[in-house]
Design a protein around this ligand. Structure first.
Ligand SMILES: Nc1ncnc2c1ncn2[C@@H]1O[C@H](COP(=O)(O)OP(=O)(O)OP(=O)(O)O)[C@@H](O)[C@H]1O
Ligand SMILES: [Mg+2]
Length: 332
């Protein structure tokens, strides 16, 4: 209730009604009861006084608005951490200043995130490009046989393929926050999971890893089929990458209450508990991941995509025993 008295709306209305009452009382008093000779002059005088006070009140209000807009103009992408502190009070203008500060806060965080992302991307691309360049230089230092040239070119192709994969992942991640809502459609998740299990079997063959699956049929969700498929494939790809030869992977899809529940489990090297908090960060790679190729983007993409589907992803892992990723996505 106290809040209402502090609003400009209330103050102005109060001022307006009070003026009317004062004028009314004054008129009745001077003309009808006291019957003053100068009552007309007195009323004009009072009218002018009330008008002046009214003008001052309105002027003060618009002055704070002008001041606020002046302060807003001073803020650009370079000083988003600046805040509007000179406007205090609980009225509408105070609230406007507060909301504006909140907006600045959110923009500041978003800008910092983007800047960090660009820095991370640059860092990530620099090393492979430098490696590629130095291998060209070494090759050119003296005459080489055709075979040597061929080998060098083949190696370079592998290296550029890796760069392309990383770049694709980066683009995936950059766009993961602005999906086109119109492309959200109903699709059969059971079918997608069966396809992914088949892909997993093919990928796992090289390492002689056994893939078993339990996919309940006719589970439908609304979302982006392609995107979700790629995200889940990232998790399957990890399961294969971080599980030694002859290991086991289990893929499941069931319905639980109002969720589709996906499980991807492996009996591989596992993740240290202190690393678990970081595996979804972009460009984070585990301490034991050096031997395998990767940029540390797979899980960040997976998490962003699952969030896009209003789902959650959780991980349980024990070193040398295995890792289980559980994903719950609301059924539409
Ligand atoms: N199934 C798993 N078993 C063990 N460690 C895992 C597993 N999945 C992820 N990790 C750990 O989490 C880290 C981050 O995974 P993420 O998929 O984001 O990156 P990456 O696999 O290293 O590279 P990328 O996916 O970009 O090729 C990995 O480097 C690895 O240390
Ligand atoms: Mg990965």
């Amino acid at each position: 209730m106290r809040h209402v008295f502090q609003t400009l709306r209330f103050k102005l209305l109060f001022w307006y009604l009070l003026s009317l009452v004062i004028l009314g009382v004054f008129i009745i008093l001077t003309i009808h009861i006291l019957q003053y000779k100068y009552s007309v002059q007195l009323i004009i005088g009072l009218f002018i006084l009330l008008a002046i006070i009214g003008f001052v009140v309105v002027y003060k209000i618009t002055q704070t608005i002008t001041f606020l807009s002046f302060q807003m103009r001073q803020i650009s992408s370079k000083n988003l951490d600046k805040k509007i502190t000179s406007i205090k009070g609980n009225d509408e203008i105070g609230q406007l200043a507060n909301s504006f500060n909140g907006l600045l806060d959110r923009l500041d965080k978003a800008f910092k995130r983007e800047r960090q992302f660009i820095a991370d991307v640059a860092h990530e691309m620099k090393t492979p490009i430098a490696t590629l360049r130095s291998s060209f230089e070494v090759t050119l230092r003296k005459e080489r046989t055709n075979e040597e040239y061929k080998k060098m070119i083949k190696d370079s192709i592998i290296e550029t393929d890796r760069l392309t994969t990383t770049l694709k992942d980066i683009l995936d991640l950059a766009w993961s926050e602005v999906p086109n809502e119109k492309l959200r459609e109903y699709f059969n998740l059971s079918q997608l999971m069966s396809e992914l299990s088949e892909i997993a079997q093919k990928l796992a063959m090289k390492k002689n890893i056994t893939v078993s699956s339990n996919v309940k049929s006719q589970i439908t969700i609304k979302g982006f089929r392609e995107r979700l498929g790629r995200a889940l494939l990232n998790i399957i790809d990890n399961a294969i990458k971080y599980t030694p030869s002859n290991g086991r992977i289990y893929i499941a899809l069931i319905k639980e209450q109002n969720n589709a529940l996906i499980t991807i489990e492996d009996n591989g090297q596992g993740i240290e508990s202190k690393e678990l908090d970081h595996i979804f960060d972009r460009f984070y790679r585990g301490s034991k991941a050096e031997k395998t190729f990767g940029a540390g983007l797979g899980l960040a993409i997976a998490k962003a995509t699952i969030k896009m589907h209003k789902g959650v992803i959780q991980v349980q892992s024990r070193p040398k025993i295995g890792t289980t990723f559980s994903i719950a996505i609301p059924l539409s």
